[in-house]
Design a protein around this ligand. Structure first.
Ligand code: ADP
Ligand code: MG
Length: 676
């Protein structure tokens, strides 16, 4: 970048080498980045309570007058307490400060102060331990920043204050005056000043509105530019519709929704512009068959088709189901993952290049440089939210503008899906294959574990299969140890007459595959697993699932897990074991009990956890947003989308100097993604 970052943070005073290092670790490497490091929350010192009115146990600001001098008590070496009383004239506030002499310096009886912290107490008096203390006249709203060890919020606050002063008036606004007026937005300078150092709650709202708008506009500019690239040339056009032939290979009839989705996508692929379609369907709604129908169509028309999955297990499973469906069609199906042996890999690469392979299933291995296709006409990605925008594009670049079909089991409201996935068209599988049974779900305490296991055993002995999902532990070494211990415990204990298998994230892909094969073949009756079974595994004979410590999982995750059963003609059961006492956890488990509708569950999940978590950890494949919230700011998302297309229509590559500020921001937000 070099220019346009507003200067270096080295120029700020009071930051030693260590703190500079820490800032950089947090991604703050320029004045601009520092200014865009928005507070996580605020302490409102401008609204204070009297001692009598202060709420208990929640952080708040209390105004009171010192009634006694500060007394020092040396309890032992390294522990000194400073104690004094303050009052609002009605009731006493007993304050204790630990070790921090500096905090109480210069405080005298009669001084009116603000104390920020948690109040505890009883009928006679209130107490506060180590509050933050300010003389009353300096009351304001104070920013709280995400802090790390060695870098407190207060230090960051000071740095930001300097940065704002330094930047001062020469802060150019990437949004021009016309836009600001049209959407009633404040100047960027005002917004930055007030997001960090607001005088009132209203100021925060005004600043936030402005910054959210800018961030979402930049997001839309990026997405639409990515999109625009795909539209520039003509795709492979298929001549004939072979869906009827494909249907003959299936052991079941397609649902109405599946037929509709296939019809929509085939129509796209016969058109002149590349398809860009998102298929949304709850777990078990039969997305694979839709993908297979499209891949079959593409291959029959003489082009190659690829399906990319986020995990090896899932890629393998696609490979097996494709192979089964294509058995008597004369089409060649292959698999390419990170663990494909070198010799096999060479063969696959060569055959992909020569066009001998018609259909390929794989993982990220498909987007490596060495992979070349003969004529790739269709790219399918499964479980789209695990892939970044960049990865999807990378696979597309392997062909001359192939059609793109994205599948997702994450239910996202339609309006939102359309906006965040650029102008993807949307198909929805809103109908389950016939004969699906509702999965009976129970939430029980650990006291009933034995009974749950007995019920599992009954099913196993009747010829069915089941899963037990281990308590969730931290990923890494612990995961392995905990899963293995739990597995051994079950295998040599309660289920010693049954065949029990183990599946966890630390296993080598080949081992996982082996276990999965055995389970699918029915050689393993009971699969003890971590969340690796969350996506995709499909064994219709598996009819019962027990989830240990169910309260540790998110609702959507529980829903995905539960979707592994109830996939065949048998009635299925899911037992959630949890001793959780807290209300929210109980509520979540009740929702699981009441509904099996993925959309309803996602809604409830949103309400209970908040959208931040829902999309958390870059799950959406979108760049990380700093201030906007895709759900709460849906209206702004809509506005910025219209505006972004207007801007790009006039200036497709943002090369006009007028738009240079927006261009810099777009490049920053998308990193290299936007410039393949
Ligand atoms: P998901 O949408 O979760 O990826 P799958 O594609 O794995 O679902 O399909 C789930 C199961 O339903 C598979 O066993 C599949 O063979 C079966 N299936 C798909 N479509 C139908 C249908 N129309 N009728 C009956 N079974 C179907
Ligand atoms: Mg699937």
């Amino acid at each position: 970048m070099g220019t346009g970052n507003g200067g270096t943070i080295e120029s700020l005073k009071g930051l030693g080498a260590k703190r500079l290092e820490l800032l950089k670790k947090m991604g703050i490497d320029s004045i601009d980045a520092l200014l865009a490091f928005y507070p996580r929350q605020y302490e409102d010192w401008s609204r204070s309570f009297t001692v009598s009115d202060a709420p208990l146990q929640t952080p708040c600001c209390v105004k009171a007058t010192l009634a006694t001098p500060v007394r020092e008590h040396r309890v032992r070496k390294g522990l000194t307490l400073y104690k004094f009383n303050a009052t609002d004239g009605k009731i006493l506030l007993k304050i204790t400060v630990f070790n921090n002499k500096y905090a109480v310096e210069g405080l005298n009886p009669g001084d009116e102060c603000l104390f920020f912290g948690k109040v505890t107490g009883n009928f006679n008096y209130r107490e506060m331990a180590s509050p933050q203390i300010e003389k009353a006249q300096s009351a304001s709203i104070r920013p709280i920043y995400r802090q790390v060890k060695g870098l407190t919020s207060r230090v960051i606050e000071k740095a930001v204050r300097q940065a704002l002063e330094q930047k001062g008036d020469d802060l150019n606004d990437p949004l021009n005056e016309q836009i600001r007026e049209e959407f009633k937005l404040c100047h960027k300078r005002y917004a930055l000043q007030n997001i960090h150092f607001p005088a009132s709650q209203e100021d925060i709202a005004i600043a936030r509105k402005r910054l959210v708008f800018e961030e979402l506009l930049v997001l839309q500019l990026g997405l639409l530019q990515l999109k625009g690239r795909n539209r520039e040339t003509t795709a492979v056009q298929i001549k004939a519709d072979y869906t009827a032939d494909f249907v003959k290979t299936l052991p079941f009839a397609l649902t109405g929704a599946q037929k509709r989705a296939i019809g929509e996508a085939v129509a796209d692929m016969r058109g002149q512009t590349p398809m860009n379609r998102l298929l949304q369907g709850d777990v078990g709604s039969g997305k694979t068959a839709v993908a297979a129908a499209l891949m079959f169509n593409m291959a029959k028309n003489g082009y190659q088709a690829a399906i990319m999955a986020p995990t090896e297990i899932l890629a393998e499973q696609h490979y097996y189901s494709l192979q089964k469906m294509m058995k008597n069609t004369g089409l060649k199906v292959m698999l390419l993952t990170g663990s494909t042996p070198a010799a096999e890999r060479r063969k696959v690469l060569q055959q992909l290049k020569s066009g001998e392979i018609d259909l390929i299933a794989g993982t990220h291995a498909l987007i490596q440089k060495t992979v070349e296709f003969h004529d790739l006409g269709l790219v399918v990605t499964d479980e789209q939210h695990r892939f970044g925008v960049a990865q999807r594009s990378a696979l597309c670049n392997k062909g001359k503008n192939p059609h793109v079909f994205v599948m997702s089991a994450t239910p996202i409201p339609r309006t939102l899906a359309l906006m965040i996935y650029g102008d993807l068209d949307l198909s929805v599988l809103d109908e389950m294959p016939a004969g699906r049974q509702k999965i009976e779900t129970y939430a029980v305490g650990a006291a009933l574990r034995k009974r749950a296991y007995t019920y599992v055993k009954k099913h196993l002995n009747a010829g069915r299969q089941g899963y037990i999902v281990c308590p969730m532990v931290e990923e890494g070494e612990m995961e392995l140890a905990a899963a293995e211990k739990f597995y051994t415990h079950l295998k040599s204990g309660f289920f010693k007459e049954n065949t029990v298998g183990l599946l966890h994230g630390k296993m080598k892909p080949a081992q996982k595959e082996q276990v999965m094969r055995e389970f699918a073949a029915g050689n393993i009756q009971l699969l003890v697993a971590t969340t690796v079974i969350e996506v995709g595994i499909d064994v219709p004979n598996a009819v019962i699932m027990v989830i240990e410590n169910a309260e540790r999982f998110g609702l959507s995750q529980l829903h995905q897990l539960r979707g592994r059963v109830g996939r065949g003609k048998y009635r299925s059961t899911c037992i959630l074991i949890s001793d959780a006492e807290n209300e929210e956890a109980k509520q979540r488990l009740q929702i699981m009990r009441k509904t099996t509708d993925g959309f309803q569950i996602a809604d409830a999940d949103l309400k209970l956890r908040g959208p931040g978590d829902f999309f958390g950890h870059r799950q959406s494949g979108l760049p990380q947003l700093k201030i906007a919230d895709l759900f709460d700011d849906m209206d702004v998302l809509r506005q910025t989308r219209t505006l972004a297309s207007r801007i790009l229509k006039a200036d497709p590559h943002l090369s006009d100097p007028e738009n240079s500020g927006l261009k810099i921001l777009t490049d920053q937000l998308f990193g290299n993604d936007i410039t393949f």
